[in-house]
Design a protein around this ligand. Structure first.
Ligand code: PMP
Length: 363
């Protein structure tokens, strides 16, 4: 264990050590099946049980109401940029997009190719360092849906509360704060998330969709892009990402049994983020957060140093000290510390220690 480093990567990201250990212990012979989950038919009893338990545990974690389907798909969150408009924009209506960063822009760009879309709000002018206030969001009450990104991974801005959209279905790209806190699923028409930040490894994409939205899915969609078809087949229209789903299931169990649920996870995530933002705010301006204080992400902490030269030096020395993956995305520059669910508090404390030391020596 001593050779594991602190991995601040934005995704794929740190997984709980106990999950990795369990996967390791079950690698050659999964619970008496005589084979690994990787080698097992997706139609076998053992795998059926794995996917059913994963779904049941996710339902229990998020208190997902019965009138929602849970799908384990492939293609990443990026394929959902396409599937959402294909499936939900059937009646020729337009769709509203709230743009608070690159991922929202990406979703908007894809949706534009398929139908009519509107920009309901954007904070691009200030390089996505804040969220729009409710009165800046101009919604069309006749829209097919409103799309937003609960946490913009690159800029480090996160909604505390979902935008109010009245009767218009709310669609959320929750990729980078999925299951990091309790969410009132009933407020949403559809939630999607790539697994590779909080839920598990890359390869699985989770979609939670309200039943009534499936009823108006167009009949002529390609089978693999049709939510109704994928739901009808219990995510097994074709071979699902079996191993990724198995690991997601172990992560859900870890959240329930070891962490004690999403309220507890949220409290711990708040505590980790507070430690890091406090260090930034108490550095006399040496470290500067990118996001405005009232919309700071608990998952991705973005900050700058006084010069690019110092930023490069910081990253190099931090990596050598076992603090990996801190380089920020080029559209923000500087640093980004991704501290998802499984990222340990001790790693955050170690980073803060390093930051204080670095400032003393280089400031
Ligand atoms: N949305 C958000 C908020 C993301 O952070 C990412 C990945 N970093 C994506 C979408 C794209 O996800 P994927 O690579 O699974 O397509």
């Amino acid at each position: 264990m001593t050779d594991r480093i602190f991995n601040f990567s934005a995704g794929p990201a740190t997984l709980p050590v106990s999950v990795l250990e369990q996967a390791q212990s079950e690698m050659l012979n999964y619970r008496g099946a005589g084979m690994s989950v990787m080698e097992m038919s997706h139609r076998s009893k053992a795998f059926e049980s794995i996917i059913q338990h994963a779904e049941a545990d996710l339902r229990s974690l998020l208190s997902i109401p019965e009138n929602y389907k849970v799908l384990f798909l492939q293609g990443g969150a990026s394929l959902q940029f396409t599937m959402v408009p294909m499936n939900l924009q059937s009646k020729g209506k337009s769709a509203d997009y709230i743009l608070t960063g690159s991922w929202g822009q990406g979703a908007f760009k894809e949706a534009k190719k398929l139908g009519s879309v509107r920009e309901a709000a954007t904070t691009a002018v200030s390089n996505f360092n804040r969220l729009p206030s409710p009165d800046e969001i101009k919604l069309d009450s006749g829209a097919a849906y409103v799309h937003f990104t609960s946490n913009e991974t690159i800029f480090g801005v996160e909604f505390d509360e979902e935008p109010a959209t009245g009767d218009v279905p709310l669609v959320c790209d929750m990729s980078s704060d999925f299951i990091s806190r309790p969410v009132a699923v009933s407020k949403y028409g559809l939630i999607y998330a790539g697994a590779q930040k909080n839920a598990g490894p890359a390869g699985a994409t989770i979609v939670i969709v309200r039943d009534d939205l499936l009823e108006s899915v167009p009949d002529n969609l390609p089978a693999m892009l049709d939510y109704r078809n994928l739901a009808k087949n219990g995510s097994m229209y074709n071979t699902p990402p079996c191993y990724a789903i198995y690991i997601c299931g172990l992560v859900f169990k870890w959240l329930i049994d070891d962490v004690g649920g999403l309220e507890k996870m949220h409290a711990l995530n708040k505590e980790k983020a507070r430690i890091l933002y406090d260090a930034i705010d108490s550095s006399d301006g040496y470290y500067r957060g990118h996001a405005e204080k009232d919309c700071r992400s608990l998952m991705n902490v973005t900050f700058r140093l006084p010069s690019e030269e110092l930023e490069n030096k910081f990253i190099k020395e931090a990596t050598a000290a076992g603090l990996d993956g801190l380089k920020g995305h080029r559209s923000v520059g500087g640093l980004r510390a991704s501290i998802y669910n499984a990222f340990p508090k001790t790693g955050v404390e170690k980073l803060v220690e390093f930051m204080n030391e670095f400032q003393k020596n280089s400031g």
